[in-house]
Design a protein around this ligand. Structure first.
Ligand code: PMP
Length: 497
């Protein structure tokens, strides 16, 4: 493997040398990943994990009278250690309002491990260049890293080729891309778009806009009282008019996992296409677009330990080949003349202008990191922590959890009788606990439960039972009248749901 030329002072143990090393590693890793067309394997971290398991930290403090499912830490399984992983996240070690931070707002965004931050610093310090043009070393290095990131996304999603992946700003942009390309070309008056009531606004509003333009119909798929998608109603609503079904893999309000494979198979019987919003799924579970038979799959980097402003859309190759350009500009053409323009093949045809190169570099680092972990161990840890939190929250007087569907991942949304959700979030913030309150960009699903606002705690692989204990203890304190400050005015609940 060739080492890239990085013309910078090699002074050991300075922040610069760390950035330089990160950049060298990123370029070397990019070359390897490009060759393999898939993210590196998990061997390196498995060794770390084994060491971590051997030197497991002492049990965490807990609410004395509450048993913890899965042992004292509530969070270790096999090679995976939440404590070990926490050490890699600088933000998790800060204090907020004089308390150690408990970040329970992972549904909105996740924190970034050192290696993602270092990859960004390394790129901007020593690797910065535009890509896909410019015949010089740094342009080539940046292009290799960008394309290696695309290959890593393909590896994460089980796509057969990196060329099936389009870089976008995030899930919202991915959905809008499909609406404005495939949607405009394939929908017309009388066509149906089936949208479950639990969808995030970013998987509803673009379809409403498209429906207005094409005179297609947006048809809501109802929920059962427990929050599950009503599969009988779904089957009844499907018809030969159905051109598209959209569905979130994991709900950002309920954490419920939708039976995407079954829904896709049914939709395909009617010739409908299926778009899966994976924003809340990819950080929590392995995804295989081939197994799901998804036509489109979207996610946001910032919810999977990568930077904001970068995300990806997977599309089946035959669909991608059909998608017309939605934005014109540089990088997406083969030839431009006043007599007409010839467009580049997908995915580049759909990526006009300079992409978020640093974001892609950070995404590559994040995905290499995530896929090197024991993902079954992560899933087991999160499942235990979620059911522990569910049980523990049940002890808070007046607390009602939204939804009781069994298959739930990492999300706990609740109301607290007599307390405005904004006030609950503010009280928790004063205790160093970050949660979100509001409508979570999913007003129809809150309406299903008869509320307009709720508080949401959302977990990630680095959360611990101790943090859940702090959440529950603070809620107990609130309900027993410890908070004497007047509640802040109710907030509508902005983005980030
Ligand atoms: N879908 C779901 C299920 C989400 O949770 C979110 C973000 N909360 C989005 C879509 C939108 O993601 P982004 O804002 O990163 O585009």
């Amino acid at each position: 493997m060739t080492t890239p030329d990085v013309d910078a002072p090699a002074v050991p143990s300075t922040p610069d040398s760390a950035a330089q090393a990160a950049h060298r590693a990123a370029v070397a890793g990019a070359r390897q990943a490009t060759r393999q067309d898939a993210p590196p394997g998990r061997d390196a971290y498995a060794a770390d994990g084994a060491r971590a398991a051997e030197t497991a930290a002492s049990p965490e403090p807990s609410l004395a009278d509450r048993p913890r499912p899965g042992g004292s830490s509530g969070g270790r399984s096999g090679l995976f250690s939440a404590e070990e992983v926490r050490a890699e996240f600088p933000a998790l070690h800060r204090t907020v309002n004089g308390q150690p931070l408990a970040w329970l707002d992972n549904g909105a965004t996740t924190h970034k491990p050192h290696r993602v931050i270092e990859a960004l610093t390394g790129y901007y310090s020593y690797g910065n260049s535009n890509i896909h043009r410019g015949a010089h070393t740094m342009a080539r290095e940046a292009t290799e890293a960008y394309e290696a990131s695309r290959a890593a996304v393909a590896g994460l999603l089980g796509a057969s080729s990196a060329q099936d992946v389009v870089f976008v700003r995030g899930t919202t942009e991915a959905v809008n891309l499909v609406a404005q390309t495939w949607g405009r070309d394939n929908l017309g008056p009388g066509d149906d778009i089936l949208v479950p009531v639990l969808e995030h606004h970013s998987n509803l509003v673009p379809w409403q806009l498209l429906a207005r333009r094409t005179r297609a119909r947006v048809v809501p798929v109802p929920l059962l009282p427990d929050g599950r998608l009503d599969q009988d109603a779904y089957a009844d609503l499907l018809s030969l008019r159905t051109r598209l079904v959209v569905v979130s893999h994991v709900s950002n309000v309920l954490g419920t996992v939708q039976p995407v494979r079954e829904m896709t198979a049914l939709a395909h019987r009617y010739g409908a296409r299926v778009l899966v919003d994976g924003a809340q799924a990819v950080a929590h579970m392995p995804v295989d677009v081939a197994e799901l038979d998804a036509d489109f799959y979207a996610f946001s980097g910032h919810k999977v330990f990568a930077p904001t402003g970068i995300g990806a859309l997977y599309a089946k190759p035959e669909l991608l080949a059909e998608l017309a350009p939605w934005q014109g500009g540089g990088n997406m053409i083969e030839h431009v003349g006043f007599d007409g323009t010839e467009f580049a093949p997908a995915p580049h045809r759909l990526e006009a202008g300079t992409g978020h190169i640093a974001g892609a570099v950070g995404l590559l680092a994040a995905l290499e990191w995530l896929t090197s972990l024991d993902r079954d161990g992560i899933a087991a840890h999160e499942a235990r922590l979620t059911s522990y939190a569910q049980q523990a929250l049940g002890t808070v007087p007046g607390l009602t959890l939204l939804g009781s569907a069994p298959d739930r991942v990492a999300v706990l949304t609740f109301t607290l009788a007599g307390h405005d959700p904004a006030h609950v979030a503010d009280w928790l913030d004063r205790n160093g606990i970050a949660v979100r309150s509001g409508h979570h960009c999913a007003q129809p699903s809150l309406a299903h439960f008869g509320v307009t606002s709720a508080t949401r705690a959302s977990l990630a692989l680095y959360n611990t039972a101790e943090e859940v204990d702090r959440l529950v203890a603070a809620l107990h304190a609130l309900t027993s009248g410890e908070d004497a400050t007047p509640p802040p005015p109710s907030q509508p609940g902005g983005p980030g749901g």
